[in-house]
Ligand binder design. Structure first.
Ligand code: NDP
Ligand code: ZN
Length: 351
């Protein structure tokens, strides 16, 4: 089969490879629609996972099941499915402890384009099909549904980690596709003042549509000062970090009220340490909590998040700024993600 692969750090290209084999609990799926991710860019061009050669990229897909293992109960060839980016081993001890995304080791629930070939192939393998696949409802456009693989569950997880409650004031740092989903999720969770940090005008516009009450442009001044200004020096109850760098942590601590909580889903790609400002952290006694996590995967969560699209509570189609038709456009879509023109939010490739 054909696939679009990481050939080595900084190198990508089309390769021919043997089609994946199906184990007794697994499924083989062919993509209906896929989307490249900022994480694919980190993997290839920043070597975030270390050296990988001839590994097919991609972890965001909806597809059609072509084969299932003998022990799979609920899925059949021909089923149209949503495939989460994170596909844990549900019988692992980590999953039993409530941290399925770390099944088999820290971050090891992330398998596509990490430990095995990803979804940018003519076929791809899904472990634990009953636990990880979800039926794609007929009323959801497959292109919009691809956002359920990673953007929705990650954005939502930032809000879960920050534990947003009714009436909380919330700052979402970063309004790329992940942060935009955090804005939408914070609004669904009952945020009151919802500050969204970014600089791209189209992202700012969509952030408002998803419920942001104020846009903070980090290129126009320190975001801590801007937030403190808007909150009469008090700061916010919750911060969701979905963009920025190591310094964003320090900024989040500074803009947080005592008792507040930070939910980070941003990938921290450089440096050995992340610093926390001592005084603003209450000299260790400020009750300012920090949580950071990889999104949980799994079928139940996928089905629940898909129901937000079916009921019209969440419209992911706003994220899709660039649509391509045909497998061969995967390369173009990935290069867009790498180059990030300012009008890009998410590209999607429909087969
Ligand atoms: P984007 O690059 O599209 O968006 C990043 C956002 O951060 C933009 O809004 C950008 O603003 C903003 N930003 C950049 N620099 C700063 C800064 N110094 N201060 C404040 N804001 C800043 O990324 P994605 O939305 O695709 O992904 C976000 C992060 O989530 C990535 O690190 C990605 O790897 C990670 N991720 C994590 C997952 C998980 O499970 N935890 C899963 C998937 C992704 P501007 O408007 O100027 O572009
Ligand atoms: Zn992704």
């Amino acid at each position: 089969m054909k696939g679009y692969a990481m050939l080595g750090i900084g190198k990508t290209g089309w390769i021919e490879k043997e089609a994946p084999k199906c184990g007794p609990m697994d499924a083989i799926v062919k993509p209906i629609a896929v989307s490249p991710c900022t994480s694919d860019v980190h993997t290839v061009w920043e070597g975030a996972l270390g050296e990988r050669s001839n590994m097919i990229l991609g972890h965001e897909a909806v597809g059609e099941v072509v084969e299932v293992g003998a022990l799979v109960r609920d899925f059949r060839p021909g089923d149209r499915v949503i495939v989460p980016a994170i596909t844990p081993d549900w019988n692992s001890l980590e999953a039993q402890a409530g941290y399925s995304m770390h099944s088999g080791g820290m971050l090891a629930g992330w398998k596509f384009s990490n430990f095995k070939d990803g979804v940018f192939g003519e076929y791809f393998h899904v472990n634990d099909a009953d636990g990880n696949l979800a039926i794609l409802p007929d009323d959801i456009d497959p292109a919009a549904a691809v956002m359920l693989s990673d953007m929705v569950p990650t954005g939502v997880h930032g809000v879960e980690l920050a534990d947003v409650q009714f009436g909380d004031s919330v700052c979402v740092v970063g309004i790329g596709p992940v942060g935009l989903m955090s804005v939408a999720a914070a609004a669904l969770r009952g945020a009151s003042h919802l500050y969204a940090v970014g600089s791209r005008p189209n992202c700012a516009k969509i952030a408002r549509e998803y419920g942001a009450t104020d846009i903070i442009n980090y290129r126009e001044g320190d975001i801590v000062e801007q937030i403190l200004d808007k909150t009469h020096g008090k700061g916010v109850d919750r911060v969701v970090i979905a963009g920025g760098d190591n310094d964003t942590f320090a900024q989040a601590i500074r803009m947080l009220k005592p008792g507040g909580r930070i939910g980070n889903v941003n990938y921290l790609g450089s440096g050995d340490t992340v610093s926390i400002p001592r005084v603003e952290w209450g000299c260790g006694m400020g009750h300012k909590s920090i949580a950071g996590g990889l999104m949980p995967g799994g079928r139940l969560r996928m089905e629940k998040l898909a129901s937000l699209l079916s009921t019209g509570r969440l419209d992911t189609s706003k994220l899709l700024t660039h649509r391509f038709q045909g497998f061969e456009h995967i390369e173009e879509a990935l290069m867009l993600m790498k180059d990030k023109p300012r009008d890009l939010i998410k590209p999607v490739v429909v087969m």
